[in-house]
Design a protein around this ligand. Sequence first.
Ligand SMILES: Cc1ncc(COP(=O)(O)O)c(C=O)c1O
Length: 476
Amino acid sequence: MEDLPRYLAIARQLESRLDSGELAPGSRLPSVRQLAAEHDVNTLTALAAYRYLEERQRVVARPRAGFFAALPGAVASGQAERPMPSVATLVDVESRMSNLIRLSAAPIRQQLHMAEAHDSLYPAQELARRMQQVLTRQPELIGAHLPMARQALLHRQISQLAAGWQLDIPHDRILFTGGITEAISLSLRLLTRPGDTVAVETPVYFGLLQTLQMLGLKALEVPCTPDAGLSLEALEFALRHGAPVKCLVTVTNFQNPTGALMPEDNKKRLLQLARRHGLPIIEDDVFGELHFSGSHPPPLKAWDRDGDVIYCSSFTKSFAPAFRLGWLSGGRHHAELARLRESSSLVSPALLLGVLSDVLGSGDYTRISQRIRQQLARQCDQLADAVLAAFPRGTRLRRPLGGLLLWVEGPDGLDSHRLLQAALAHSISFAPGLLFSAEPRFGHCLRLNFGQPWSSTLAEDVATLGALARAQLQGQ
Ligand SMILES: Cc1ncc(COP(=O)(O)O)c(C=O)c1O
């Protein structure tokens, strides 16, 4: 007997009753509470079973009416509008992750699988020149920490930059970290203990799942749609009816992988919800600077009057990946995070901080980041057009308003994991949907990055990918 998670065992049992006709197409199914009682599980587990079947289009949820057996051939359209939270599960994504990371080392012509842009997007020459200048002026930065006065200047510069995003961050509330990865690890180490549950978006950035796994944490996956981002309805349901949740990690601006931008109104409502439930939030704003028009969308933190949000930002995607410079402002947890960080990386490299300060002070940052954004916006359109032209009918995507990533929802039946195997034979990689959840979800989706310069080769490779997807569906 397979050792299935409880929700999956319940879903499979329901599925066989649907297959046998015992639960007739169109008939009303037991309520979530009844199902939970029948199987002696909590309501979230029962919901997870229904959600699993909903994704397979075996059941349909109707608002205020419950779940119904799907009609043959019926497409559960609009299911994203009625998302349900999943049940918290201990995360185990290590093998899937390392397989993907291994791809980066493989001689693949078209690397579309990581959330990374081509190095030509970034101002390497300019940064190299600046670094030379800083070294000539201050060779001691190789052997010393950044002098206090210089540090204070850099913190004021960051505070000024963030003011443009509607953030009021005092300059003594900024802590540099090794990218957002370190900022999130520190925050989770502070807020949780092994075995605790953390709410995350689903689909979710797999690096976060890996961090949760390393810390022995459970992920409560809360649905996130490309249109509206995290479902507040589902989060509230989970907070009211589920096991205690220690904190939420959310990417509010241009989420990975969906590209979702959470509407401002939702950001404000999320803060109120978190306040009501005493839920600390770790906000990951890694892509906020990569907005295609207007200005950096205000993060949640812009409305955080009570210090509930640990805000995390980074220059790794938007400016200088190899600098690995991120920063956080920890709200009411700031002092503890500063202490914790002393046991982690202690300080950031003085030379890199010095170069960053020079770039921010000179005004070059504004000019360069504008150029990066414009290029990404063009590449996003080029890739989205090519995908829509090449992929099978029924493929859906929503063009993001910023970031680096395009989330493609294939038609029913597409197996993006198998598609990846076929694509690799053509030297093309992408991230298959299964990676973006600790549970078996999103198998028909794929994530591509549009950080690669557009070229005829890339156009051909996207056409090949589309042809492989069509062939897979025709072969079924
Ligand atoms: C949503 C998200 N957060 C954080 C990171 C990692 O950020 P950093 O490079 O600053 O550690 C990534 C990288 O892809 C990401 O997509």
